[in-house]
Design a protein around this ligand. Structure first.
Ligand SMILES: [Zn+2]
Length: 344
């Protein structure tokens, strides 16, 4: 079968690889019908050292169950399923707490343990706990929005949860990538009365406004902090959704939280240390977040997608076939596009 393999920075190829197959009795084999390129795929795209064997990419997918292992109970051939970016058993102590990304039998797609989903098929470990059956056909018009439940919409939602967004509160979203835009959707969905987007790309800002952003701050650094304060009676916001992961974006996020506020960070941190330690301390700012337990959120978000109350699929502004995926990485990396959908 064909799959996306990254061999090093800037070097993504579509390769012939051994067919995905069942290995464990708890596995499902899923034929992929939609996948995506993620902003987090761009970190290795910028920095990965050359590897002879390469890395199998992709952790967002919708597909059709082709086969299930002997211990799989809830899935059958032909089910249309969405795959969260992490697999999980659904039964351990952390899954019961809704923290599926810490599942003691879990892990992440597109890593050394499990192959990626930018491929014609993918092996899904812990299939009963991981996959969610969708009540639609594979060509449903809602497919792009349903696909965001794999990662970006769930991650934006997680940022809003971690930042304690709620009715009557003010929120700021740092980052205008797909996750930041989904963070705007999530902040509005949770009732924030003011939603400030920190971003600078006109097409992304326009989409953010349609998603519910009330204000936009395009400055950076100290000027951005100043602007947010101006927009919030000088105090800063109750809730900050940090959706980038760089030192500067984190510093900005921590600096625009008002005293007693919360920062929910979902941008994968690119640094070992966290900046702005003193203002965070003196302002009693809560810092939370991490990888989103997407599996925990799909059931909550799915009805909103199915009934059209949220349209996170609008973050996809380019569709490619599998053989065009290397160009998709390039386009996303050069910011020609917000997020790339892969159709099979
Ligand atoms: Zn678990």
């Amino acid at each position: 079968m064909l799959a996306t393999v990254m061999f090093g920075a800037g070097d993504v190829r579509i390769e012939n690889v051994p067919d995905a197959r069942l290995i464990e009795p708890t596995d499902a084999l899923v034929v992929v019908t939609r996948a995506a390129i993620c902003g987090s795929d761009l970190w290795p795209y910028k920095t990965m050292e050359y590897s002879e064997t390469g890395r199998r990419m992709g952790h967002e997918a919708i597909g059709i169950v082709e086969a299930v292992g002997a211990d799989v109970r809830t899935l059958k051939f032909g089910n249309v399923v969405v795959m969260p970016f992490a697999y999980s058993d659904g039964t351990c102590v952390f899954c019961h707490e809704g923290l599926h990304t810490s599942c003691i039998h879990g892990g992440f797609f597109g890593t050394r343990d499990v192959d990626g989903a930018q491929a014609e098929a993918v092996r899904v470990p812990q299939a009963d706990g991981t996959l969610v059956v969708l009540p639609v056909g594979t060509d449903d018009a809602l497919m792009p929005s349903l696909l965001t439940l794999s990662d970006v919409m769930a991650t934006g939602h997680h940022a809003a949860v971690a930042a304690k967004v709620g009715p009557g509160r003010t929120a700021a979203v740092v980052g205008d990538g797909a996750v930041g835009l989904c963070g705007v959707i999530a902040a509005r969905r949770r009732g924030a009365e003011q939603i400030i987007l920190l971003g600078r790309h006109p097409n992304r800002i326009a989409l953010a406004r349609e998603f519910g952003a009330t204000d936009v701050v395009s400055e950076r650094g100290d000027e951005a902090v100043e602007r947010v304060r101006e927009l919030t009676d000088g105090f800063g916001v109750h809730s900050v959704l940090e959706c980038v992961g760089l030192e500067q974006s984190m510093r900005t996020a921590l600096s625009i939280a008002r005293p007693g506020g919360s920062v929910g960070r979902v941008g994968v941190p690119q640094d070992e240390t966290m900046p702005a330690s003193r203002p965070v301390f003196y302002n009693n700012v809560t810092v939370s977040g991490g990888p989103a337990p997407a599996r925990a959120y799909i059931e909550e978000l799915l009805p909103d997608v199915l009934e059209g109350r949220i349209e996170p699929g609008r973050v996809f502004d380019r569709v490619v076939r599998l053989d065009e995926v290397p160009g998709g990485y390039r386009a996303m990396n050069e910011r020609e596009t917000i997020k790339v959908l892969i159709e099979f």
